[in-house]
Design a binder for this molecule. Structure first.
Ligand SMILES: C[S@@+](CC[C@H](N)C(=O)[O-])C[C@H]1O[C@@H](n2cnc3c(N)ncnc32)[C@H](O)[C@@H]1O
Length: 193
């Protein structure tokens, strides 16, 4: 079971193969072209949160919140970004967040949670967004041979899961994935109904 302890262990053992060591170009483009600097933005399961750091430090996005269950990446983030507002760093289970946001940014968090929680993720994302708010980011468009995480998925599966709560504004192959993920990621933007 991928509980809090599981993720803390992954960080402590440095088993963080998902970590890009830099902001993902597709995520940066999504935020820079869709969000204003004042929009309240949540990045759940943010890990080292390179995008949040760059958007805050270099582009003046002042209302970004990052969330992670594991303390280690958040401590590292605080050390690297001492001027990032502490109340925007949420050391909490995503499912326990109580605030509302204009945008939720998804990158390798959805694929990290157990598959049986996917519908709960959709409902929680819906609750966390203001009316007309958006969830957007990247989702895997493939399955994996070994037991996850990551847990894969397909365009059809995501459409079925999110439709009803969200309008599917965009769901297509990502053209600016990092090399190792080229051809296996969908870029998406869903608007809260
Ligand atoms: C695969 S990593 C991805 C990290 C980051 N998004 C990235 O792309 O580098 C998944 C992250 O989600 C966090 N996580 C898993 N379940 C969580 C939950 N229920 N609430 C908050 N964070 C969670 C883990 O601690 C881990 O840092």
């Amino acid at each position: 079971m991928q509980d809090k302890k599981y993720w803390e262990n992954r960080w402590q053992l440095d088993q963080t193969g998902w970590d890009l060591k830099a902001p993902a170009p597709a995520i940066m483009e999504l935020v820079l072209t869709n969000c204003s600097k004042e929009d309240k933005i949540l990045i759940p399961g943010a890990g080292n949160a390179y995008e949040a750091a760059t958007l805050f430090q270099e582009y003046g996005y002042v209302n970004i919140f990052i969330c992670d269950w594991a303390e280690q990446p958040l401590d590292t983030f605080k050390k690297r970004n001492p001027n990032f507002p502490k109340d925007q760093i949420l050391h909490i289970n995503f499912f326990d967040i109580k605030q509302q946001f204009d945008f939720i940014i998804e990158q390798t968090f959805f694929c990290a949670i157990p598959v049986e929680l996917r519908k709960s993720y959709c409902i929680k994302a819906y609750e966390l967004l203001v009316q007309g708010g958006h969830i957007m980011g990247l989702l895997f468009n493939r399955n994996f041979d070994i037991e996850g995480p990551p847990f894969g998925g397909s365009k059809e599966e995501y459409e079925t899961l999110f439709r009803g709560l969200f309008k599917i504004r965009r769901l297509e192959n990502s053209q600016i994935s990092i090399k190792a993920r080229q051809g296996s990621e969908l870029i998406f933007a869903f608007e809260k109904c």
